[in-house]
Design a binder for this molecule. Structure first.
Ligand code: UD1
Length: 373
């Protein structure tokens, strides 16, 4: 019972770690489930990939497809071609994909065309925004997924509305939160903590990488200016994603309180988030982590596929108009930000629930199998 676990880009790595941990635990108590970890190579920088494997103690990939950079079509084609070759040579019983990156969609297509069933962890979420490549990836992946492991009741409802039958939906919780809860005690300050004289609650964390925010000089520059002003001189720690870095050198100026740093390791980044006054971001996954850590989060997007981070958590959609940032930060400084609570089943046990379901679905319990024989 070989399960391919697919990971390609940074936000995938924290989602696969607890699934692998739970699979290993099951194996040592007699389960016949086996896994093969396939890294597509979509993210190849050590800071976006290797450091996560080390810090989260993820085993080395069994296979690296080494696709590297390219346009969306180029990456999709390269991943499909190379993963198909692997499957033809050594098929698996299931292709398990996580999240919404290009690797997720590409591997799901390659597997399903070879009649290998697909399981999608974090299936069913939707922003409704077709300008986001991730939304296309989610829709395509879910259209050809057999089993959905979901993070929220909203995701379940989206799937039901699109005609997915109840027996294919497994509401298991959030594997990204499994990883966060498992590592809360291990978080560590980044090297620059003392040099930048950071103190808890007295700085902000900023992440920006979406094409709409960082691919053109004007919007990127105007947003940084609004962030610099709205944060009233407090340090704003900005770990720069390679995509944003390409454009940064072309900006006329970056406000002095915005401190550019390299992409951070998992333990350092979440240490920064946990102790921040607030996080300003255009990421989706980070809004889940801030919700669980109770840190105010201002999202620079017009929509979200994770509405529970707003309805239940600490997140608020500010939009992409820099003028909206000032009033929101004013409310934060006035102590008016909502406190939020934690969504159902974001409790650290999603990985175990997934493996339990997989065992039932694939018949991977060797004791039961031998009994039946
Ligand atoms: C990808 C995901 C996005 C995720 C983000 C997190 C898709 C469609 N997008 O976006 O959902 O939130 O990762 O990081 O899958 N690059 C490097 N080094 C690397 C990887 C990329 O320099 O290791 C460069 C690429 O050459 C490219 C740019 O960074 O120019 C963007 O990388 P890409 O993988 O295309 O998408 P992301 O913007 O990182």
């Amino acid at each position: 019972m070989l399960i391919d676990i697919i990971a390609g880009a940074r936000p995938n790595f924290m989602k696969i770690a607890p699934i692998i941990r739970a699979l290993k635990a099951r194996q040592s108590s007699g389960s016949a489930l086996r896994y093969r970890l396939v890294h597509t190579g979509q993210h190849y920088d050590p800071k976006l990939s290797d450091s996560f494997f080390e810090q989260l103690e993820i085993p080395q990939p069994d296979m690296n497809l080494e696709v590297g950079s390219g346009t969306h079509a180029e990456q999709t084609a390269a991943i499909m071609t190379r993963y198909e070759r692997l499957l033809l040579h050594a098929p698996s019983a299931l292709c398990l994909v996580v999240g919404d990156v290009t690797s997720t969609m590409a591997c799901a297509i390659a597997a399903q065309k070879l009649r290998i069933p697909v399981a999608h962890v974090e299936g069913g979420i939707r922003s409704g925004d077709w300008t986001m490549p991730e939304e296309i990836n989610r829709m395509v992946t879910d259209a050809i997924t057999n089993w959905f492991f979901t993070t929220s009741e909203v995701a379940n409802e989206n799937l039901r509305r699109s005609g997915v039958s109840e027996d294919r939906i497994f509401f298991v919780g959030n594997t990204m939160i499994d990883t966060l809860l498992a590592n809360l005690d291990r978080l560590q300050p980044p090297e620059f903590w003392d040099d930048l004289e950071l103190t808890a609650q007295a700085y902000f964390v900023l992440t920006l990488h979406r094409p709409a925010n960082v691919d053109a000089v004007g919007p990127f520059s105007n947003m940084l200016k609004a962030i610099g002003e709205g944060t009233r001189g407090a340090p704003v720690i900005f770990p720069v994603h390679p995509r944003a870095e390409k454009m940064l050198s072309e900006l006329p100026e970056v406000p002095a309180n915005i401190r550019l740093v390299e992409p951070q390791g998992y333990l350092q980044f979440n240490y920064l988030v946990r102790n921040a006054k607030a996080v300003i971001t255009d990421s989706g996954g980070i809004t889940e982590e801030t919700t669980v850590m109770g840190v105010p989060c201002l999202t620079l997007r017009d929509n979200t596929e994770r509405p529970e981070t707003i309805d239940i958590g600490t997140n608020e959609l500010i939009g992409t108009n820099p003028a909206a940032l000032g009033p929101a930060l004013q409310r934060l400084f006035d102590g008016q930000w909502k406190r939020g609570s934690i969504p159902d089943k974001w409790d650290g046990a999603a990985g175990e629930r997934i493996v339990e379901d997989l065992e039932r679905l694939l018949g991977g319990n060797s004791n039961r199998d031998s009994g039946a024989a």
